[in-house]
Design a protein around this ligand. Structure first.
Ligand SMILES: [Zn+2]
Length: 316
C-alpha cells in the first residue's frame, strides 16, 4: 500500500501529517517503511482479518507494562519527554493530537491528555465520541490499561485511518446484532458472528451514546484488584451516527505468547487486533500464523457469547 494515497479531508490533520512527514525524519522513515510491511488476509466465517508483519512494533508488543517498569521509565506522552520534532495539534481543552511515530496505519495518531493521569475510560466516552466526530476519516480507539495500552499511566486515545481495520465494514455487512436495550438516541446491541463477541452502541448524540456506554460499563465484570473492566474500544462516525464497539476482555496476552518453541507466537492483542488487524513483529510468526491460530487467540482473550448474555442481563 502506498501511504501517500490516503485521503484525509480534515485540513488541520492533513497539514499536520504533511509538515511532520517533511520535517521529522524518524516519522518519515517509519511511515515510508509501512509501504514494505507484509500483509496477509485470513477469514474466519464472515469475519475478515489481516495479519501485518511490522518489525517496528516489537517495542509495543513486548513492552513491559508492569507497575515497576512504568514507574522507572520517562512517560513518552508527557510534553517534557516527547521528541523535540514531534509537533502537536491542541484539541479541545484537555488533549493534544500527535503523529504516532511507530505506525500500524498509513495515518496513525495518538491523542494524549495534557495531564499525566491514569488510563481510564470512565467519564471520557463523550471525549472519545467528540474526537471521532472531529477525526471522521479515522477510527478512534482506546486500549485499557491491562489490554494493550503501552502508557497505562497516561490517558490517551489513538486513531487510525478508516479502510484499514475490517470490523467496521464487516459489522455493516454481516454483523448479527441482537438488541440489548435502547434509549432515546442510542441502542445497545450484542454483536456476534464475527469471531469475537462485542457490544456495539449506535448513537445519534454524544450524550445518548456516553450514557449508554456508562450503563454497559457498570455491568462489565471488574477483575479483583483492578480499577477498570478489561476492554478495548473502537469508536467512529458513519452516516452521521456514532458506532462504539466495546470488546470485553478476559486476558491480555494469549498462551501462545508465553509458549516455548514452535508453539510460540508473539501476538499481544489490543484494539487494532480486535478491529481485524493482527500485528506480528516477528517474521516467523507472520509466516506460520493461520486462521485457526487467530480463532484460538480470540476465543482465549475475548469473552464468550454466554458471558456476554449474562452481562446483558445485568444492564439496567
Ligand atoms: Zn505522562
Amino acid at each position: 500500500m502506498n501511504h501517500n494515497h490516503i485521503t484525509i479531508r480534515n485540513d488541520e490533520i492533513k497539514s499536520l501529517f504533511d509538515r511532520q512527514l517533511r520535517d521529522w525524519k524518524l516519522a518519515c522513515d517509519n511511515y515510508a517503511a509501512l509501504d514494505n510491511v507484509k500483509i496477509k488476509d485470513l477469514n474466519i466465517g464472515n469475519a475478515r482479518f489481516k495479519v501485518q508483519f511490522n518489525p517496528a512494533r516489537i517495542i509495543s508488543s513486548a513492552a513491559k507494562v508492569d507497575a515497576k517498569s512504568i514507574k522507572e521509565r520517562k512517560c513518552f506522552l508527557c510534553s517534557g519527554n516527547r521528541p523535540v520534532e514531534q509537533e502537536g495539534l491542541p484539541w479541545g481543552d484537555n488533549y493534544i493530537i500527535l503523529l504516532n511515530p511507530y505506525p500500524i496505519f498509513p495515518r496513525h495518531l495518538t491523542v494524549p491528555s495534557l495531564k499525566h493521569e491514569p488510563q481510564r475510560i470512565k467519564g471520557r466516552m463523550a471525549d472519545m465520541m467528540r474526537l471521532a466526530a472531529y477525526l471522521d476519516d479515522f477510527i478512534v480507539f482506546y486500549n485499557g490499561p491491562r489490554c494493550g495500552a503501552s502508557a497505562p499511566d497516561h490517558i490517551h486515545f489513538q486513531a487510525g485511518n478508516k479502510g484499514f481495520m475490517t470490523y467496521d465494514q464487516d459489522l455493516a455487512q454481516s454483523g448479527s446484532l441482537k438488541e440489548v436495550t435502547n434509549a432515546t438516541g442510542a441502542t445497545l446491541y450484542l454483536a456476534d458472528g464475527l469471531a469475537r463477541t462485542a457490544f456495539v452502541i449506535y448513537a445519534t448524540s454524544v450524550e445518548a451514546g456516553a450514557g449508554m456506554f456508562d450503563r454497559l460499563y457498570d455491568a462489565l465484570p471488574m477483575p479483583d484488584g483492578e480499577e477498570e473492566p478489561m476492554l478495548n474500544i473502537l469508536c467512529w462516525v458513519e452516516g452521521g451516527e456514532w458506532r462504539i464497539a466495546v470488546f470485553p476482555r478476559l486476558k491480555h496476552r494469549p498462551a501462545c505468547y508465553f509458549a516455548e518453541g514452535d508453539d510460540n507466537i508473539l501476538i499481544t492483542p489490543a484494539s487494532v487486533d480486535m478491529g481485524g488487524v493482527f500485528i506480528t513483529p516477528l517474521e516467523k510468526d507472520f509466516d506460520k500464523v493461520t486462521a485457526g491460530n487467530i480463532k484460538n487467540i480470540l476465543d482465549e482473550v475475548c469473552i464468550s457469547e454466554a458471558a456476554a448474555n449474562e452481562i446483558a442481563k445485568r444492564i439496567k
